[in-house]
Design a protein around this ligand. Structure first.
Ligand SMILES: Nc1ncnc2c1ncn2[C@@H]1O[C@H](COP(=O)(O)OP(=O)(O)OP(=O)(O)O)[C@@H](O)[C@H]1O
Length: 568
């Protein structure tokens, strides 16, 4: 080995700071004459002389750099980093303290003095100005006895009894602008860390800082990747759900449903607008997706917009897009749903809730096939097949003046009405089996089947929330199931009145012989529902779940009827 590259830090009596020790109270540093280390300390076997060669130090640095570039668990990485450092620099304790909100907290500790108390040690920077200055100056330094003797004390006071004059070195850990923490080296031997070594180890702190940032970024990337994977899985499920539901639509045993599906298949291959009507949860969106899948546009986008859930001021921009600067907050050009659906299909869900002035613009787009993004002087051509869906009676809305007649005729070129589930009970077994297969695919659990008793109860039930309610009921049953047989529970409050009889949860006609209107019925049902859930709309057992509609739909209906949910 080349002698020029060797170094040697000899720790002898003249260099030692043993004279600082208060022999009467604390004992001296180990390795010195008359050492009186407490009996609890492990036997000390560290060298009094640090010898080595720069090749070894460079090797350590290379090892740390390699670690810094290897994403892995931070704890493991820091442990390996401290071991690599500790194998070069003698110590009784080497610890990495991470800085968080002004407090240094021991994250990893190695060496004979590293015990549980050390691992839970915390040091508020405001009480340790010396440590703070190490971070501020970003230079490693030796802490000498006068640093410990004032109010500040030794960093490990209270958890370790280190002798006066022991060796203590602090290395700042940082990366870029960020101060991440410190590494402390402590040894009960005096004068172990000479200035030459201290100036060399600063760079180790930097490399460990980089390792910490790399691990943090890798962790964030990993979380992001998992979120994306999850999102992808949901999208795939949703897409597959469309195809599968298309299949399940085709398997219906109900004559009216079969007629609807046959007609839908025929119209799918044209570009004619289709108007889907039916109670909430009857599968209008599912049929719209199936229509898209059966059409020649199947490889182009299917885009959905829920007209009831759009904030009033944003409907226009959501549908037709906007240009940069069109309004405050429009920081760049943004395409609307029409542009996103170009070449494909656009589902205008809850079209009956669209504001009148937007209806006029929509009509123009449908007639001319061109649109103008908000704030733009230019018109652009789009090729979009429109499917509209509604659970309200649009003809009545036209009569009441809330829906434009010309738009109604434009949209209802090909109307299809989906029957409610209570009118197609013969489809319950195949629908339930199809939904359960979907849940099995999504969760990797199952298979499940329905008990005889469950099927009997389901066939007797009124299903006010239609297929959405069926999905919720099955989801709940499979969560509670102990084996493969499902026992469904159906809420009593939801049953509809049979002719001439008011059941629990039904809405009784007002006094006199006049029957309540649909709106009166809806209002009474919603008031009762909110009273039942104490105003809670969201979550398990909330009004939206009980009604079998999405919370946003319920919110918009409550707003339309001027009903307020109670503050929680
Ligand atoms: N034929 C079917 N097979 C399996 N699941 C279905 C079927 N039809 C509907 N569903 C499921 O029922 C739920 C409601 O369906 P969808 O959203 O299409 O109803 P909707 O009539 O559009 O409701 P809303 O009027 O509230 O928008 C969804 O979870 C859907 O996957």
């Amino acid at each position: 080995m080349d002698n020029m590259t060797r170094f040697e830090f000899l720790v002898n009596e003249s260099q030692s700071r043993a004279s600082w020790a208060d022999e009467a109270t604390k004992g001296r540093c180990a390795g010195q004459r008359n050492s009186v280390a407490p009996a609890a300390w492990p036997p000390y076997s560290g060298p009094l002389m640090i010898t080595g060669d720069f090749q070894t130090l460079t090797g350590r640095l290379e090892e740390l750099t390699r670690l810094a570039g290897t994403p892995g668990r931070l704890e493991e990485l820091l442990t390996r980093a401290l071991d690599a450092l500790g194998s070069t620099i003698p110590h009784d304790l080497v610890a990495l303290l991470e800085l968080e909100a002004g407090v240094l907290q021991v994250r990893v500790a190695r060496g004979p003095l590293a015990d549980k108390r050390v691992l839970s040690h915390r040091l508020p920077l405001e009480r340790h100005p010396t440590l703070r200055s190490v971070l501020e100056t970003r230079r490693a330094r030796v802490l000498e006895e006068h640093h410990h003797s004032g109010d500040e004390g030794d960093p490990y006071d209270g958890v370790l009894e280190l002798p006066h004059g022991h060796s203590c070195m602090v290395i700042p850990v940082f990366a870029g602008e960020r101060n991440l923490g410190v590494i402390t080296f402590d040894s009960r031997t005096c004068g172990l860390y000479p200035p030459e070594l201290v100036s060399m180890v600063t760079v180790y702190g930097q490399v460990i800082g980089l390792a910490m940032v790399t691990a943090e970024l890798a962790g964030a990337l990993d979380r992001h990747r998992r979120r994306l994977q999850e999102h992808n899985r949901l999208l795939e499920d949703e897409a597959r759900g469309g195809e599968d539901a298309g299949e399940s639509l085709a398997r219906s045993h109900h004559p009216e449903m079969r007629r609807v599906v046959d007609a839908a298949r025929q119209v799918a291959v044209t570009d004619a607008p289709v108007l889907l009507s039916g109670e909430t949860g009857t599968g209008k969106e599912v049929l719209a997706r199936a229509l898209h899948g059966w059409s020649n546009r199947r490889d182009m986008p299917f885009v959905k917009v829920n007209c009831a859930a759009l904030p009033a001021g944003l409907v226009e921009s959501e549908l037709f897009g906007h240009v940069k600067g069109a309004f405050s907050g429009a920081v760049r050009d943004r395409p609307g749903r029409f542009q996103l659906a170009d070449g494909g299909t656009l589902l205008l869900d809850e079209v009956g809730d669209m504001p009148l002035e937007i209806q006029a613009r929509l009509l123009r787009v449908l007639q001319e096939g061109t649109l103008q993004p908000v704030g733009s002087d230019h018109t652009m051509r789009v090729d979009v097949r429109v499917i509209a869906a509604t659970h309200v009676d649009l003809e009545k809305a036209v009569e009441e003046g809330t829906f434009r007649e010309d738009l109604y005729y434009r949209l209802s070129v090909f109307p299809l009405r989906l029957p409610p589930l209570r009118e197609r009970r013969e489809d319950l077994p195949q629908l339930a089996a199809h939904i359960l297969e979907g849940i099995q695919r999504r969760t990797g659990r199952g298979p499940w089947h329905l008990s005889e008793e469950s099927l009997r109860r389901m066939k007797a039930y009124e299903w006010p929330g239609n297929i959405r309610e069926l999905v919720n009921v099955l989801e709940r049953a499979r969560i509670l199931a102990r084996g493969s047989e499902l026992d469904v529970e159906l809420p009593r409050v939801r049953n509809r009145p049979r002719a001439g009889a008011a059941t629990e949860g039904s809405v009784e006609p007002p006094a006199g012989d006049k029957l309540p209107s649909l709106v009166e019925n809806e209002r009474a049902y919603l008031e009762r529902l909110l009273a039942h859930t104490e105003g809670r709309v969201y979550g398990a057992g909330g009004a939206a779940e009980l009604a079998g509609v999405p919370p946003t739909t319920l919110q918009s209906r409550l707003a339309r009827l001027g009903l307020k949910r109670k503050a929680r």
